[in-house]
Design a binder for this molecule. Structure first.
Ligand SMILES: [Zn+2]
Length: 704
């Protein structure tokens, strides 16, 4: 997961210090040594200045905005005859990058400070910077200065031209190229849209669906659920809140009574139906209307223009191709589940309903693919796993990580590492690790960019800094922290984001690591998840902490894979049903969108791609992504399919997932390039062939 929305179209210039061959003399061991080494290779390793009081938080944000405002005014006030690429587009990138740096640091403070007052102030200030950022696209004088240069078509290198094109595209998307009257209309519609997006989310948050059942009706549901706070009612019945996901799952996967499962699923699929059906219909129409006014065929065309997919039609085709590709596996799985139902009910003609799927999936996994994931923890003590992962990333990317004493940390236990190129010793960046839970800290797992790599005014390359905020189980007095296999997968994923940040080498911040298209940004990390399913990778570090000679048995790994694959066809088709209902709502023309029957579109798509929803329901009303990630849900699978395609190149290479030659190519062609060119080009250069969904189909369990 990557939490912060790329804030600014941010960055700065001069030429890349492409690994100037610096000989590794005395081995640096302290931060100061690395900083000196960086200086010798024309770069700079500077850690962010972390504020330590709420007043400093406020000061940093206000200073950043004031400085940027002044710089933008000066930029726009330049003599039009003297405008050039450097003093407009490059300057713009540098100004926004500076604000971006503060935003990233304050975003981290908001999620990691041990002091609530600090977190609250940092939250307020990041919102303030975001609001400031939204207004940037609408500054007319700034737009005119940049447009003057863009229209003059100066001779530029490819990444520079891309910077110009992307910036002008961003203005066009904001409506700046429309007549004042048309623009005013679009702005008015956008305000309505923002209000409706919020309304949609509020209606979801407020939706409640309590259902009470007797103990007998809940036969099969784990006692731990029945004992959970708030479940048992004074009248002796048990309250299931269909709006709480884990409640709905506990029933859906375990309740033997089909009526109970159906009731809970129906209630869940009716959440926010009355309030959000009209809101969604209006959202769909407004979006199509705005898209048309801005010159797009549909909202999906508008949204995908800045992503890899580029058009709504490409995204739809991708999803439909996957639907067909998965068909044999999906049919087979559904028949397996149907037979389980036939056996259990004694009705050979039993038909599978949506509310049966989680139940029989769970049954299948328990009966046929029993893997006790808890037992696997002994193979993954935290420290050995971390070091094992480091060794793998160091090998495949030709890097070296060294722990150094950090000058400042925001909480006890936070560590700092410096990354060097293994061959030249040149420092590449630094990362913090903040790996265990504590009160008030961000409670998921994510990479927080602290500072993207960027050129400074003096021509030096400011090295990237990143931080991992994770919540692995803390070690106890007598036992090390033991990770689940899923935690190890998360660790490999999140550290992939750190690598992306460390290895990106673009001239402009707007084209750095995390500023790649949204339907790509997760792919490099998703790719690295594949490593932890491979025995030769696991054997390099996973060993029973009580007896390190014991490795994970091959058949255990095979069972893990089999369990994952058992119902993966259904799982992916369910994802596709959301992706496609989202696209089907957002590929409508403006005329069609005002007439559209959103309920029919959603329910027909769901029935075609996954399984028919219960009658008289509208589950899209409770899919939060439809307001905020609209025409974007396809991106999850888009990135996943590409990630597995990329992983397959490693798989087929001589050293498999540990192949340094392939790793180097990934570093140079994908990570290193950032958004300096089309990501599809970077990916194909890495693959050495066109993209393919075949490796994904094999991953799901479809044999060639
Ligand atoms: Zn991620």
């Amino acid at each position: 997961m990557y939490p912060s929305i790329p804030l600014v179209r941010p960055a700065f210039c001069l030429f890349l210090p492409l690994l100037a061959a610096v000989s590794v003399s005395a081995k640096p061991t302290t931060l100061a040594d690395f900083q000196a080494e960086a200086a010798r290779s024309n770069s700079s390793l500077t850690l962010p200045t972390y504020p330590v009081t709420p007043a400093e938080v406020k000061q940093q944000a206000e200073d950043a905005i004031a400085t940027a405002d002044k710089a933008f005014d000066a930029l726009a006030a330049q003599d039009p005859g003297k405008l050039n690429f450097e003093n407009t587009f490059v300057a713009y990138d540098a100004i926004t990058a500076k604000v971006g740096n503060v935003y990233l640091v304050l975003g981290t403070v908001a999620e990691s400070s041990t002091d609530k007052a600090m977190r609250d102030m940092a939250n307020d200030m990041t919102v303030k910077i975001q609001e400031w950022n939204v207004g940037l696209d609408y500054r007319e004088p700034l737009y005119r200065a940049l447009k003057t240069v863009a229209d003059a078509k100066p001779k530029l290198e490819a990444d520079q031209q891309r910077l110009v094109d992307d910036q002008m595209r961003s203005y066009r998307r904001a409506g700046l190229s429309l007549s004042p009257a048309d623009r005013a209309n679009v702005e008015r519609l956008r305000k309505d849209l923002a209000g409706l997006n919020t309304q949609f989310a509020v209606n979801i948050n407020e939706a409640r669906a309590p259902l009470d059942f007797t103990a007998a009706e809940l036969a099969g549901v784990p006692q731990s659920f029945l004992d959970s706070p708030g479940v048992k009612q004074p009248d002796g019945r048990y309250r299931v809140m269909a709006n709480i996901t884990w409640h709905a799952q506990a029933i859906g996967e375990n309740a033997d009574n089909a009526d109970v499962r159906r009731k809970v699923l129906t209630a869940r699929c009716q959440l926010a139906r009355l309030t959000n059906t009209p809101v969604l219909a209006k959202l769909v129409a407004l979006r199509a209307d705005i898209a048309q006014r801005l010159g797009y065929g549909s909202w999906a065309d508008y949204q995908t223009e800045i992503r890899m997919a580029k058009t709504g039609a490409t995204a739809v085709k991708f999803e439909n191709d996957l639907v067909s590709g998965l068909q044999p596996k999906f049919d087979e799985e559904m028949e397996t589940l149907r037979q389980l139902k036939a056996t259990q009910t004694g009705d050979p003609k039993a038909q599978l309903e949506m509310s049966d799927v989680p139940y029989y999936t769970n049954k299948l996994k328990k009966d046929k693919y029993a893997v006790d994931v808890e037992k696997l923890r002994v193979y993954f003590p935290y420290q050995a796993t971390l070091e094992g992962m480091f060794a793998i990333y160091q090998k495949i990317f030709s890097l070296k990580f060294t722990a150094v004493e950090p000058p400042y940390v925001w909480a006890a236990g936070v560590q700092l590492y410096v990354v060097q190129d293994a061959e030249t010793g040149v420092p590449m960046g630094a990362f913090y690790l903040d790996m265990f839970p504590r009160e008030g800290k961000f409670n998921h797992f994510a990479c927080f960019e602290q500072r993207p790599g960027q050129f400074r005014a003096d021509g030096r390359f400011e090295l990237p800094v990143a931080a991992l905020l994770c919540n692995f189980p803390a070690p106890s007095a007598d036992k090390p922290s033991l990770l689940k296999h899923a935690d190890v997968e998360t660790l490999f994923h999140e550290f992939g984001h750190v690598m992306h940040s460390m290895l990106s080498r673009s001239r402009y911040v707007a084209q750095s690591a995390f500023n790649v298209p949204l339907d790509f940004v997760e792919a490099p990390s998703q790719m690295l998840e594949n490593w932890v399913w491979d025995k030769s990778v696991l054997d390099t570090f996973a060993a029973d902490y009580r007896d390190p000679s014991k490795k994970i048995p091959a058949e255990t790994i095979a069972s893990l894979v089999a369990a994952r694959q058992a119902t993966e066809g259904y799982g992916e088709r369910r994802q596709l049903s959301i992706g496609l209902l989202d696209l089907n709502l957002h590929t409508l023309s403006a005329d069609d969108a005002w007439q559209a029957d959103v309920v029919k579109i959603v329910n027909d798509t769901t029935a075609r791609v996954s399984i028919a929803p219960p009658p008289d329901t509208f589950w899209a009303a409770y899919i939060g992504h439809l307001a905020g990630y609209d025409a974007g849900y396809y991106g999850y699978l888009w990135a996943k399919v590409m990630a597995i395609d990329m992983a397959s190149v490693f798989k087929q290479s001589p050293d498999g997932f540990l192949d340094a030659k392939v790793g180097r190519r990934l570093r140079d062609e994908v990570y290193g390039k950032g958004d300096t060119r089309e990501v599809s080009e970077s990916v194909e250069k890495f693959l050495g062939r066109p993209r393919s969904m075949q490796p994904f189909l094999e991953y799901v369990g479809i044999k060639k």
